[in-house]
Write a protein that binds this ligand. Sequence first.
Ligand code: DC
Length: 230
Amino acid sequence: MDKQFVAIAIDGPSGAGKSTIAKLLAKELAFVYVDTGALYRTVGLAALRAGVDPKDAPAVEALLPTVQVELTYQDGTQKVLLNGEDVGDRIRTPEASMAASAVSAIPEVRRFLFHVQQDMALTHNVIMDGRDIGTVVLPDAQIKIFLSATAEDRAQRRYEELCQKGIATTYDEVLADMKQRDYNDSHRAAAPLRPAEDAVMIDTTGNTLEQSVELMKNLVKERLNGCCGK
Ligand code: DC
């Protein structure tokens, strides 16, 4: 990887606050924030739209040549395009979440999205969040953080987010989905969710957003001062 750019990898289960915290930190540091979950969600959505079962690996693989996934940025906000269409909130529904979890277990899908992610880090200072950023996508990242929280805490946050977006669901449904996705993400053979050996572990259970951001900000500043002369 081109060492002139700094990479911060943030991994952890869904709902631990990765994206909210990473977005705020990216703004503060003037880094590009890359939400890699959005890429898997987009492939999941493409499968649903094509009437393909997201768990059917050969069918999803056959679909990939017709799928173009691009990341673009507008005023610092990431947009993900599926064959040129901004799929925005369409990738945030519970169905798209489940489809993302299913397609992310397919090695060919991971290979397909690997280069989109690496290209970003080769050309920008990035804060990238996902499940395998510190372990697979950016193993040379200068800072690696593994964010976690209890499933109940994460489900409550995700439930509130979905309600705010007007997506009809219940807390129990969100918790059950969260536990299922945790299981899928950490038990799959391809790049399972696990902390990198050199990751800093942070548990955000019970923290306010401000507390978690402050904690991470201090950690990042301390590390960047130490390693990059910033
Ligand atoms: O972060 P998220 O909830 O938007 O991610 C959606 C799904 O994509 C999640 O179930 C796990 C998968 N994913 C992955 O396997 N690797 C990544 N780097 C990011 C997400």
